[in-house]
Design a protein around this ligand. Sequence first.
Ligand SMILES: Cc1ncc(COP(=O)(O)O)c(C=O)c1O
Length: 450
Amino acid sequence: MRATGAAEMRAQTVALDKRHVWHPYTPMQQYIANVDPLVITRAKGVYLEDANGRRYIDGNSSWWVAALGHGHPRLLRALANQAEMLAHCALGGITHEPAAKLAEELVAVAPRGLNHVFYSDNGSTAIEVAVRMAGQMWQQVGQPRKKRFVALEGAFHGDTLGAACLGGIDVFRGGMGGVTFDLVRLPVVGSGQGDGAYAAGYEAIVDLISRCSDEIAAVVVEPIVQGAAGMRIVPPEYLKQVSNACAQHDVLLIADEVFSGYGRTGAMWGCEHAGVVPDIMCIGKAFASIIPMAATLASDRVFEAFLGDKSRALYYGHTFSGNPIGAALAREVLAIYRDEKVLEQVARNAPVIARAFERISAIRGVTRVRSIGMIGAADLEAPVSSDESGARGGYFGEIGWRVYEEGLKRGAYLRPLGSTVYVAPPLVISERELTELMTIFEESVRAALK
Ligand SMILES: Cc1ncc(COP(=O)(O)O)c(C=O)c1O
């Protein structure tokens, strides 16, 4: 595009956007008044490119989706081929090869025994499906009192109503007007809290499950890492303990692998770190890579509770459940993971992230760092001289946004989670690109904390 053409397009896009687009997770008054947004025109590999022709390394894989980077030629081909053959048809009483073959491939790659695949549109709906399955299952196996769900402090399972009820981050629940379902929230223990805190956390959860198991339908967890809580790493023993308590007291375990799945933590599934097999597992984001698509996998026991007369069916679905393009893409994603040995690339890249965060821990104003697989995070404290309200941290704190601005100047997109700044780049990032990303990250943190 000619430079003047690009500038005009950019100006017009921003003007229309500010007039009409209501952005997710965005205080719109401040946005309209103060923000000059990135206008992205294309993306390739690990780079986003804006209307000014500037490139930015996508430090969070565009909300944790682009595990294989952007514009992977095999995904684009799969998209085009499937669109030409069959772009959409309903999955009610109809089936098609992409949905059937994908289900077989998912079952093969999932933790053993998750033999049944329910398709939906996004991570939140994958959780809704899981909650509905668990609730209805107990009704139908003669245990109707088991209706309560247990979720962890700091949990994030999405923004539809049911998923948001499970969430434990106040800022994402503030607008729900008190609409919630019956939930028990348990403390979670994260990295850096010491063995004593882990032991207290185990005790609380085991105690609750053993005392109240006749009322609890399921425990819902983000295995190994709580993403939106600020990349809190949960020790595998914690997950193991929760899983054991669930098994012992006949409570279902729902694993939300929407973020932790597909190799993000170094293993294909977060559950693998603890050798845990959930009863229900939710996947999304990287699953179909460029199409909104998700799936909820269930054990035989859960599935069989829905067999029998018609009244026992799961009367639940979404218009685009099992969309053929999404299914074809999800199959191609799995094929690319196999052919390009993506988990081996993660094993090579993860130490680069871990070493960088060790260095970053020495920067004054960095209070804590952690890393696992292709995730690294640092908590920041605002400089003492700062007088901005909220600059001291929390979700609305400014310090993370300063790192974001510094990152943009240097060529990386580093959207923060409050005062936690982090990277979760495409898993297939090259060593050179990753080194560049970590250099920009480190420089941006230093500059923001100056
Ligand atoms: C662990 C987890 N579960 C569920 C969701 C919701 O996914 P979606 O935004 O696709 O609805 C997210 C989104 O970030 C997530 O991190």
